[in-house]
Design a protein around this ligand. Structure first.
Ligand SMILES: Cc1ncc(C[n+]2csc(CCOP(=O)(O)OP(=O)(O)O)c2C)c(N)n1
Ligand SMILES: [Mg+2]
Length: 437
């Protein structure tokens, strides 16, 4: 077989919908029945095959295919009976508000970035809102979330106020990291948002550790009500990174209460997922490690929510981790510095037509769960929240210089915080060629 550029470029279709290893891998189990000696490579221990518990979606297959998904509605297969609806009116409005908050916040970030109010790289989440909203609106405050550099909307969805996120982006002292983290490092202890990580894959072990700590509190310290779950969000490109596999292994081995949420937007900066990955179906890696793997249409908030419900419940019950691959798309470039010239306009148009917010809106209208007026008033409310967040961030003070060396544990000679609490640097050469502080 020759490896020409065209061979590499052949796109493989990735079908969307909800797919999972719902059947326990019993058929596979029979293939792996060991007939030899009851030991493994000479070990005195016998090798036992542990089947993966089935991943059961909340509603039965019959209903799932008949109605209730935005995609099916877009295809004109809507079922009108309210008994078949997956959400109540209140839930529908809550989902809509959360998605609008995410979308409008990011649009405002783009404006503020180009006006020079933000520094460094800023990665926006437009298009991926169904993933964040589908999961976050089912979480408790005590549950933990780990994100990537595309983290503003995750923080907002988890309840960090828009003022604190915007102010952080402006580098102000009132930001959720007191202006020290910026766009890629959202953190809020109060909301259990534990980063914001710029290195890809870096957050996955942190999330695995958080999940381990809840299991430890529950099973070893016997803390009542310690049923927190952890969600780790990361992209398709990150799944080619070793930390992902190490953590899948540990999470399955220790049955940790964690959900690995892959936001597969088909691109890692300018590298197509289909070119970069030997098997592009990431969800299949779950069963390889002994946990359920699910592939869901990440442009459909109701489908994501359906999968999220079961994955979160499994983790809370103590049944262990789940790998969920959400197929989604980002509507903007990789970051605001990316001219986004590599992606095919036809591909962009195809996903733009499946905008998750328009699809939810359509569902709400067609099922008489919301009126035009109700959705308009949500949009107006979010506009006001964001105007307030911008004004607040603009007027907030910059952090004091002394904050620069907080949490820096090394103290090179002549470099640090003086007794007056101010930054000092006795060696002028130390900062030569770097920032002037
Ligand atoms: C360890 C590491 N290697 C390389 C990079 C450079 N880098 C930044 S974003 C990115 C692509 C990640 O793509 P994906 O995981 O699909 O996330 P997406 O940006 O699509 O959300 C890379 C390689 C990095 N940040 N960290
Ligand atoms: Mg990606």
């Amino acid at each position: 077989m020759s490896f020409s550029a065209t061979n590499f470029a052949q796109p493989r279709p990735v079908p969307v919908g909800v797919r999972s290893n719902e059947k326990p891998l019993s058929s596979d189990a029979s293939r792996f029945r060991f007939r030899g000696p009851p030991s493994f490579l000479g070990s005195p221990h016998s090798l036992r095959f542990k089947p993966i518990p089935p991943f059961k979606l909340a509603i039965p297959h019959s209903q799932r295919s008949a109605a209730s998904s935005v995609t099916h509605i877009a295809n004109g297969k809507m079922v009108k009976s309210s008994a078949n609806l997956l959400i109540t009116k209140e839930e529908g409005l809550e989902l809509y508000e959360d998605m609008i908050l995410g979308r409008f916040f990011e649009d405002m970030c783009a404006q503020m970035y180009y006006r020079g109010k933000m520094f460094g790289f800023v990665h926006l989440y437009n298009g991926q809102e169904a993933v964040s909203t589908g999961f976050f609106k089912l979480l408790k405050k005590e549950d933990t979330v780990v994100s990537t550099y595309r983290d503003h909307v995750h923080a907002l969805s988890k309840g960090v106020p828009a003022r604190a996120v915007m102010s952080e982006l402006f580098g102000k002292a009132t930001g959720c990291c007191r202006g020290q983290g910026g766009s890629m490092h959202m953190f809020s202890k109060e909301h259990n948002v534990i980063g914001g990580f710029a290195f890809i894959g870096e957050g996955i072990p942190v999330a695995t550790g958080a999940a381990f700590s809840s299991k430890y509190r529950r099973e070893v310290l016997k803390e009542a009500g310690a049923d927190q779950v952890t969600l780790a969000f990361f992209g398709d490109g990150t799944c080619n990174n070793g930390q992902f596999y190490e953590c899948l292994n540990m999470a399955a081995l220790w049955k940790l209460p964690i959900i690995f949420v892959v936001e597969n937007n088909l691109w890692a900066i300018g590298m197509s997922h289909l070119r970069a990955t030997s098997d592009p179906e990431i969800w299949k890696k779950g069963p390889a490690f002994g946990m359920p793997g699910v592939h869901v249409d990440g442009m459909d908030v109701l489908k994501v929510r359906e999968v999220a419900k079961e994955a979160i419940e499994r983790a809370r019950r103590g049944d262990g981790p789940t790998l969920v691959e959400c197929e989604t798309y980002r509507f903007r470039g990789h970051s605001l510095a990316d001219p986004d010239e590599l992606r095919d306009p036809a591909e962009k148009a195809r996903y733009a037509a499946r905008d998750p917010i328009s699809a939810l809106k359509k569902y709400l209208f067609e099922n008489k769960l919301a009126s035009e007026q109700e959705l308009k008033s949500i949009e107006k409310k979010i506009d006001e929240v964001l105007d307030d967040a911008v004004e607040y961030s603009d007027e907030s003070p910059l952090p004091p210089r002394s904050q620069l060396l907080e949490n820096v544990f090394a103290d090179p000679k002549g470099f640090g915080i003086g007794p007056d609490g101010k930054y000092r640097c006795e060696d002028p050469k130390f900062t030569q060629g770097t920032a002037h502080v």
